[in-house]
Design a binder for this molecule. Structure first.
Ligand SMILES: [Zn+2]
Ligand SMILES: [Zn+2]
Ligand SMILES: [Zn+2]
Length: 162
């Protein structure tokens, strides 16, 4: 990654506009996947929708859902919703967090703090997206998907660990 691209990253605004009706997308994708809207599925969807672009760990999701469903139901709901393309797993190394799929949020990346594990959504840019397509093309690949993991120290941790 060149200096210009890194500089570009530092200047990003972390704002992702939601201009679509998330409930309508949810209903349409459930239907498309042949799934009914069970209580655990609805609970998981509602929690992820309310997470405000902060992907949740499975444990966080289970804890937040605990008044409505048990652990096994949450696991099953996540599995079904992932298959239906409603949930997306954000991978960090061998761990992952859960969020709504790009059909709800649009395409974006994330940056995670390696000290406190804070994770935020980060807008992509046509500069980066084009660079990835060009990179793939150098190996004669047509890029169909990608995930970019960014790590660093968040502002809070930078001031604590100068
Ligand atoms: Zn931090
Ligand atoms: Zn996200
Ligand atoms: Zn991207």
């Amino acid at each position: 990654m060149g200096d210009t691209l890194l500089q570009h990253y530092r200047n990003f605004n972390i704002i992702i506009a939601v201009m679509i009706n998330l409930d309508a997308v949810y209903s349409a994708k459930l239907k498309e996947g042949g799934l009914s809207n069970t209580i655990p599925r609805r609970t998981v969807f509602t929690l992820l929708r309310g997470a405000d672009h902060k992907p949740l760990t499975m444990n966080e999701l289970i804890r937040l859902a605990s008044s409505d469903c048990d652990r096994a139901s949450v696991y099953r709901a996540v599995e079904a919703l992932e298959k239906a393309g409603i949930i997306h797993k954000v991978h960090y190394g061998w761990k992952y967090r859960l969020e709504l799929s790009e059909d709800f949020h649009g395409h974006h990346h994330h940056i995670a703090c390696s000290n406190c594990a804070k994770i935020v959504a980060i807008e992509s840019s046509s500069l980066l997206e084009n660079a990835l397509h060009e990179l793939a093309a150098t190996k004669d690949f047509s890029l169909t998907e990608h995930s970019v993991e960014l790590r660093g120290l968040c502002g809070n941790c930078q001031s604590k660990n100068p």
